[in-house]
Design a protein around this ligand. Structure first.
Ligand code: ZN
Ligand code: ZN
Length: 145
C-alpha cells in the first residue's frame, strides 16, 4: 500500500491519498482520451481514504450512468474518474500526472487497448483488455464507459 500527495496545475485543488495499491492503470477509451487529452493513466484510491482541499474548485461531469469525472474549474486539470453506481463504487481513479511523485508505482493493466492512439505503445508485460473484455468485466449490461 502506498500514500501519495498531489495537486492540479494551478494548486487550487490538492489532496492526499492513503492505502492505494502500487498499480497504475491506463485507459485508452475515447472518452478518457477526450477528457484527459490522451490515454488516462491513473491509480485507484479508496474514496474514504482520499482527503481533498479546495473542493469548491472542483467541477464534476457525469460521463455515463455509472461514472463521473472531476476537473479543476480554475485551471482545467483532469482530476479523477469515479464510479457512482454498481459494484465498483468506493474507488477514485486519480490521474497520476497530479501526483507529486510516482515512486514505487508501475503500470499493470491497460483498458480499451483496441482504441489506443498511435502515440502510445503497448508493452507485453501488462494485462491488456479490449473493449469487449472490459465490458464483460465491469458492465455486462451496458455498452459505454
Ligand atoms: Zn487547478
Ligand atoms: Zn476510459
Amino acid at each position: 500500500m502506498v500514500n501519495k500527495t498531489g495537486q492540479c496545475l494551478c494548486g487550487a485543488v490538492n489532496f492526499s491519498a492513503e492505502n492505494m495499491s502500487d498499480s497504475i492503470s491506463i485507459c485508452h477509451c475515447k472518452m478518457c482520451q477526450r477528457w484527459a487529452g490522451s490515454a488516462f493513466k491513473c491509480i485507484s484510491a479508496p474514496t474514504d481514504k482520499l482527503t481533498v482541499s479546495g473542493a469548491e474548485n472542483i467541477g464534476v461531469f457525469k460521463s455515463s450512468d455509472w461514472a463521473e469525472r472531476a476537473h479543476c474549474t480554475k485551471c482545467g486539470s483532469a482530476l479523477w474518474y469515479r464510479v457512482t453506481n454498481g459494484p465498483y463504487v468506493g474507488g477514485t481513479s486519480l490521474a497520476i500526472g497530479l501526483l507529486d511523485d510516482t515512486d514505487g508505482l508501475a503500470v499493470r493493466r491497460e483498458f480499451y487497448v483496441d482504441y489506443k492512439n498511435s502515440a502510445d505503445v503497448l508493452p507485453d508485460d501488462r494485462e491488456q483488455m479490449t473493449e469487449a473484455e472490459v465490458m464483460a468485466m465491469f458492465a455486462p449490461d451496458n455498452g459505454e464507459d
